[in-house]
Design a protein around this ligand. Structure first.
Ligand code: UT7
Length: 330
């Protein structure tokens, strides 16, 4: 019998820019305060990519380079790069395309995938399917966003939340039961108007009017999004465990999207995980959209043990949400 091929994560890389945008600095930009931001979101500071001409690909390149160095492989060996992002370098060519060129990944194809804060989970699931098919041996999945490029720093309801960053994982075939075991992904377009960018697409291309009206920034109705996020991210994580006959006791780590500490706590409670089993770096990086989950894996990788079961969970614009079950491979 031919053994089942799983997609195992065999290396993780990450990158956050140097510049720290603190709550006290935001107090100088908008009518807010450190106490409000900390208690409502859990965020102390976020990283911002400064410098003219730098985009999302400039954060993915060092993240992928770290993977190549760790696995001692060359960029030419990458078969495919999938980039979860809503802040691509350009509408086209894709950020995956640009990143491969910068890395010298001359044998890779790839594409961008837009699922907002669920971008990494959507990309991971599709990347895993490429490995499971048997056709590809080395697929890199990145989650990366330069959120500062679409944040209105005069809007106190959004500018306090978002930051810039990139994380990436290498997927390789495994036939011993490690890797991505299951994924439950969902979407509901009815929620789109609660969290979106009003212009810049084919419905409303950029014009002087759209720029004047600030329609190229993130628009978010925070409470409406919160209401869905806090329930849906918890429910999908629970459903994933149920259909795999698992409970919180079987899970070593929850790796949640970092949008709001209150949403993360609700998910952990729902699946019965104590705080010490929850990866949390929102206080230092804020919400990096598609970057949050791989950045957690990057920061926690030394604590992970072979065989650990992880639940990755996200909720974001679209609405999009989901959860992925992983058995750590190294
Ligand atoms: O990442 C993908 C998906 N996104 C999310 O999951 C985000 C979900 N939403 C949230 O995390 C929260 O809704 C926010 C953090 C965005 C906002 O927190 P909230 O507890 O829902 O606050 P709110 O919007 O209900 O506002 C409460 C009050 C309002 O004042 P009044 O009307 O009660 O007088 C706001 O005007 O807080 C005010 N407020 C602020 N005050 C100080 C809003 N933003 C700020 C601010 N500083 N930055």
């Amino acid at each position: 019998m031919i053994p089942k091929i799983n997609a195992a994560i065999t290396a993780v890389g990450g990158y956050v820019p140097e510049y720290r945008l603190t709550n006290s600095e935001l107090e100088k930009l908008v009518d807010t305060n450190d106490e409000w931001i900390r208690t409502r979101t859990g965020i102390d500071e976020r990283r911002i990519l400064k410098g003219a001409g730098l985009g999302t690909s400039d954060m993915i390149v060092p993240a992928v380079q770290e993977i190549l160095d760790k696995r001692k492989i060359k960029a030419e060996e990458i078969d495919c790069l999938i980039v979860g992002t809503v802040t691509p370098d350009t509408i086209f060519p894709s950020t995956a395309n640009i990143t491969c060129h910068k890395l010298g990944a001359v044998n890779a194809w790839g594409y961008d995938l837009a699922a907002a804060c669920s971008g990494f989970l959507y990309a991971l699931t599709t990347g895993a399917a490429l490995i499971e098919s048997g056709r590809y041996k080395k697929v890199v999945v990145a989650g990366a966003d330069k959120m500062s490029s679409i944040v209105d720093y005069s809007d106190r309801t959004t500018c306090i939340i978002f930051g810039d960053g990139a994380g990436a994982v290498l997927l390789e075939p495994d036939t011993e039961g490690y890797g991505v075991l299951d994924s439950l992904l969902k979407s509901d377009g009815a929620g789109g108007h609660h969290l979106h960018m009003k212009a810049g697409g084919s419905i409303k291309p950029a014009s002087i009017e759209t720029v004047t009206n600030k329609e190229h920034f993130i628009y978010q109705e925070g409470q409406a999004v919160f209401k869905h996020a806090v329930k849906d991210m918890a429910d999908v994580s629970y459903e994933l465990l149920q259909r795999n006959q698992l409970t919180g006791d079987d899970i070593a780590w929850l790796v949640p999207h970092q949008a709001n500490k209150r949403i993360i706590d609700a998910t952990a409670n729902r699946i019965g995980l104590p705080a010490e089993k929850v990866m949390l770096n929102i206080q230092r990086f804020g919400n990096t959209t598609a970057g949050t989950i791989p950045l957690c894996l990057w920061e926690w990788q030394d604590k992970l043990k072979k065989g650990d079961k992880l639940v990755l969970a996200a909720f974001g614009g679209g609405f999009t949400w989901g959860a992925t079950l992983i058995k750590w491979a190294y």
